[in-house]
Design a protein around this ligand. Structure first.
Ligand SMILES: [Zn+2]
Length: 357
């Protein structure tokens, strides 16, 4: 994870993230420069777009550029990398930037964090022509912290910029959203993403599979592959197949997933259920995330009602986890999803006859 020194804990910035502009970020960057040259940037920007496109890296890059001491005098389109401000940035020691994100294991940005932002912006810049705060991400501001931020967003003190990141701007309070200018990072075309992954040394076919498994977001696909997401996923699928057909017990199935994140398990489940729904409606196999799904699961015969109900349930929990409002008991939740899954596969009454638990 990121990390600008947040004035309290002195975390250091990982430079790599800040420097590189990825191909699909170019048009947003050009747009940003255009706005800046035309009428100056608004004090509150919100970078939106799906995860896995590098929104945070782009926010860091923007902050670095805004802070650069030579930006305005020389009309630079990138941070110079040489001035005092840029050197402090590179050392991860810049006093005029603050990162506000969930702390202490919380999934939300609490009011204490926003109070520190307000105090920080009430000081004057020490090195740079301005101060920058990055909110990472905006959708996890709780109601109190969002309210505490409103006045600052409305009239930021002095020369300061707030950069908010959000992959679900619809979950950000409208009062916050309406005070920011949104800029959206869009998913690149599939071919562009495959080409980029190939440049990172990934073979084209695997690149496409990884993209399909990661909502077509290239950075997400890359880190998934680097963490052997493909292998883990295939293993998961095999276990799910065995459980569905009654070849393993519930306890063993749960045990084999104990080191996999709940969110990942549910995301895969949501994708698989969506694939089965498509396969059931006659969508071509090549358009599905999972290949050979029709051979592995009785797609044609499962009950559509049960299928949609389970899909709705899994996506609802995913939404709750995303919003930071989830308090699910992992074991109970997974067990009940697994039982629903087995029931779903048995719903045609012929192919599968599990004796499960
Ligand atoms: Zn500079």
């Amino acid at each position: 994870m990121s990390d600008i020194p947040n004035q309290d804990d002195g975390q250091r910035l990982s430079q790599q993230e800040a420097v590189e502009l990825l191909p699909w970020q170019q048009s947003l960057w050009d747009d940003l420069l255009h706005r800046e040259s035309r009428s100056g940037l608004p004090h509150a920007l919100m970078f939106t777009g799906p995860s896995g496109l590098g929104k945070h890296a782009l926010a860091l890059r923007t902050a670095h550029w805004l802070l650069c001491s030579r930006r305005t005098s020389k009309g630079l389109q990138h941070a110079c990398g040489e001035c005092h401000s840029c050197r402090l940035w590179q050392a991860g020691n810049h006093p005029d930037v603050m990162l506000c994100q969930p702390e202490d294991g919380s999934r939300q940005i609490r009011i204490e964090g926003v109070r520190r932002v307000n105090e920080f912006l009430n000081q004057t810049p020490q090195i740079s022509p301005c101060q920058v705060v990055i909110l990472h991400p905006a959708e996890v501001l709780n109601t109190n912290s969002a309210n505490a931020l409103l006045k600052t967003l409305e009239e930021p003190p002095g020369e300061s910029f707030l950069i908010l990141e959000s992959e679900r701007p619809g979950s950000v309070l409208p009062t916050i959203r309406s005070r920011c200018q949104s800029m959206m990072l869009k998913l690149p075309e599939l071919a562009e993403s495959i080409a980029w992954l190939q440049q990172q040394g990934i073979e084209a076919q695997l690149a496409e599979k990884a993209l399909r498994h990661n909502h077509f977001a290239p950075l997400a696909a890359l880190s998934w592959l680097q963490a052997d997401g493909w292998g883990t996923h295939q293993q998961w699928l095999g276990i799910l197949e065995q459980w569905g057909s009654g070849q393993t017990r519930l306890g063993d199935t749960m045990q084999s997933w104990k080191s996999v994140e709940l969110y990942d398990l549910l995301s895969w489940m949501a994708l698989l259920l969506s694939d089965i729904t498509k396969a059931r409606s006659g969508v071509a196999e090549s358009a599905l995330t999972e290949s050979e799904i029709k051979n592995r699961f009785p797609c044609a015969t499962v009950s559509l009602t049960n299928l949609l109900a389970l899909h709705a349930r899994v996506t609802q929990v995913l939404g709750e986890i995303n919003s930071g409002a989830s308090h699910h008991n992992r074991q109970l939740l997974l067990e009940s999803v697994l039982i629903d899954w087995q029931t779903l596969l048995k719903s045609d009454g012929s192919t599968y006859g599990g004796n499960g638990a």
